[in-house]
Design a protein around this ligand. Sequence first.
Ligand code: HEC
Ligand code: HEC
Length: 424
Amino acid sequence: MLALCCMSAVLGFADEPAVVFTPRQQRRILQHSPVPAVPDDPTNDWDRDPAAAHLGQALFFDAGFSRNGQVSCATCHGPMIAWTDAQPLATGLETGTRHSPSLLNVAHQRWFFWDGRADTLWSQAMHPIEHPGEFDASRIEYVRRIHSDAAYREAYESLFGPLPPMDDEQRFPRDARSDSPAWAAMAETDRDQVNRAFANCSKSVAAYESRLRSVESPFDVFVEGLRQDDETKLAALTASEQRGLQLFVDEAGCRQCHSGPLFSDFEFHNIGIPTGHGGAPRDPGRFDGLAHVQRSPFSAHGPYSDDPDGARARRTASIVQGQEHWGSFKTPTLRNIERTAPYMHQGQFDRLEDVLAFYNTLEDMQLQDHHQEMVLKPLELTDAQLADLAAFLRSLTSPLPPKSLMGPVDPRTGKPPSEPIEGP
Ligand code: HEC
Ligand code: HEC
């Protein structure tokens, strides 16, 4: 165990005043590192299966599933920019109303999307396919493409067993979007088969996404140094970064919400940031997200989950929607924040400095009504302190995952394709 109780760590450099962390600050700092292994997802029996991850990686980078053949998951979650798109609002077939989050370390989350309208990583992956602004495709055409492509079909069937006979267009009509009369007219068992195959593909995509880890930052080396009382490791953070860290865990109150190793409580808050469109907020956030996830057939308690009675499922079922959820959004992780500009659910802020300026003054804060939590107070930090805080946040940047995860692969082998993967 640690011998932190009776000493204050004095960490400094010859030419700068030393940073002295109190024992309480040290205990708080230790809570932010290391990042544990990715938790198992019992709702997805394939989440650790390497072959599923290969299929998922191929699907992730394949634009052939979108209506215009040009949009893939990587369009908005580009590996070269930390699996995000550097735009305020995402654009697939149309421009949407929310900002694309980074997918680094995404498998640690318990709710997905800014409003948490998916409760598993695999069910999240189904949404973009049918979203009119993203892929604008349908699950039936998605599964048909898997069926008609030899490489996909082989990879799929070796994992999940036979696909439904998608070439029977009487039973599986073309263009039977899941909101259309043609879909409603299909036999229930056929709809179920399509849903299951679509869910299986999405479980493969989730198996790939759960490998997108980026967790070893200078900050983590520093924390190791604190644990081991190792001066070389403690030097991983400059004096300015250490002063920023001290503000973060104490005076600035950031850890109330940006807590734990991922710097997020994974809960929803309304921090009243000015809207991207000007004027009052229109986005209900968690209020609608909760209603959606509770009635979705693809939720953790639904028939396509591999653990419908488990903890995740019980949590989804037990939350009661309340007015306090209106306008609240999930606390984002702060790891790799330097790479994921712009910031907030509408990409309202271009730079980290702009985010900190908001917390510092709460200027233009959008107050709603008495339901809004009032945790935030203007920080009133000096410019030098704000610079320290920004420097600390930039010390949360880690090496990106291996190159082998950064591009399209052959769905059967996980190797870069020697020739383009054939379309249908
Ligand atoms: C048109 C751009 C676009 C495309 C294409 C797209 N996404 Fe996203 N993604 C977004 C946006 C925007 C959000 C946040 C939306 C929201 O909260 O309502 C998001 C959210 C997510 C999240 C939740 C992350 C979190 O922190 O909650 C995951 C995971 C994700 N996308 C994976 C995927 C996968 C897998 C695909 C392909 C099947 C995909 N995305 C396709 C834009 C896109
Ligand atoms: C009451 C909870 C809460 C507190 C306290 C808080 N934050 Fe946040 N933070 C959030 C939420 C929620 C968001 C997303 C808000 C949105 O998009 O509507 C966010 C967004 C951010 C972002 C943008 C992240 C991104 O990827 O878009 C940064 C950076 C950030 N906070 C840093 C801080 C710092 C630094 C502090 C301390 C000065 C702090 N936060 C205090 C809840 C909080």
